[in-house]
Design a protein around this ligand. Structure first.
Ligand SMILES: NC(=O)c1ccc[n+]([C@@H]2O[C@H](COP(=O)([O-])OP(=O)(O)OC[C@H]3O[C@@H](n4cnc5c(N)ncnc54)[C@H](OP(=O)(O)O)[C@@H]3O)[C@@H](O)[C@H]2O)c1
Length: 281
């Protein structure tokens, strides 16, 4: 199968989602985000991931508007933050996000975290928004198996996506397998471990073999593992570098070698870990 920057995955409601996009967490408001989105669009990215809590929806919206690219050619994701969860609060938060994004619909709206008590009501609001036609697809983020089990027992609308931290160093195979069994596409965040593990010697050896950088090896591995990726950068050369992964293929043996790097090492403080789990039952 030949992958290109335009390759899509078909979500469980029939919508096509580009398998590659730009992340914007910690992309500063104003020119930093506007430039990053502009450079990404120039480099061929057609999928942008933002969230209310990133405080840059307005800049993403402006950059999309300024680009002159028809709105329907760009897949836009945003998320409802924890303090906006619950049915009415989510509907209100969505209107505010649309206003900042300066658009009349989003392609994908996600429940950012599985907030206790409120998360299923938040989901009900997302279903309403999808029915209203202003959201093309709805999904979740940071949901573990128990959260998905609970959600699926309360709704007929299966999330199209679960956006979770995965990387060579945290692969979450049971959760990934669960999502696939239920028709939920896995979208990876912090695929590059937020830049903290790019000095890995084993990946450097593979980089040399393929004539690619470590970020390119990691991103290509994720794509070949059928995972949607949204690497973030605010540097033009890195935005271009991260997209230059469609002209090589990692062999089956080398894919297995990267699979073997899993050490369940998360860089995101995770609510399901013992010190914080009481908050997130
Ligand atoms: N749903 C959630 O809870 C959640 C949580 C976290 C992230 N996300 C989403 O997922 C996206 C990606 O995750 P992430 O931002 O946490 O981490 P990431 O994409 O793994 O890494 C981003 C970091 O790596 C650096 N970087 C990027 N490309 C590089 C390259 N080619 N060479 C060297 N360094 C490079 C960036 O620096 P510069 O920017 O300085 O270039 C930045 O510090 C986010 O932006 C966000 O959209 C979602």
């Amino acid at each position: 199968m030949t992958l290109t920057i335009a390759s899509t995955v078909s979500l469980n409601n029939g919508i096509a989602m580009p398998r590659f996009g730009l992340g914007t967490f910690l992309s500063g408001p104003g020119s930093q985000t506007k430039n990053a989105v502009r450079w990404a669009l120039e480099a061929g990215y057609r999928h942008i991931d933002t969230a209310r809590i990133y405080d840059n929806e307005k800049d993403v919206g402006e950059a999309l508007g300024d680009s002159g690219i028809p709105r329907k050619e760009v897949f836009l994701t945003t998320k409802v933050w924890n303090d906006d969860q619950g049915y009415e609060a989510t509907l209100k938060a969505f209107e505010a996000s649309l206003g900042r994004l300066q658009t009349d619909y989003v392609d994908l709206y996600l429940v950012h975290w599985p907030v206790p008590v409120l998360r299923n009501e938040t989901w009900r609001a997302l279903v309403t928004l999808q029915e209203s036609g202003r959201v093309r697809a709805i999904g979740v983020s940071n949901f573990m198996i128990r959260h998905l089990d609970e959600l699926l027992s309360t709704t007929k609308v299966v999330p199209v996506v679960n956006q979770i931290e995965t990387s060579p160093f945290i692969q979450r195979r049971p959760l990934v397998d669960y999502c696939r069994r239920h028709g939920i596409v896995v979208e990876s965040y912090s695929t590059l471990s937020r830049g903290k593990r790019l000095d890995d010697e084993r990946l450097a050896v593979l980089g040399k073999k393929y004539g690619k950088t470590v970020p390119q090896i990691i991103l290509r591995w994720a794509l070949q593992s059928a995972i949607v990726i949204i690497p973030k950068s605010v540097h033009r050369e890195r935005i271009i570098e991260n997209a230059a992964i469609f002209d090589f293929e990692i062999s089956t043996a080398d894919m297995a070698a990267i699979d073997a790097l899993d050490e369940n090492c998360s860089i995101m403080p995770a609510p399901w870990e013992p010190e914080t789990s009481a908050m997130w039952r």
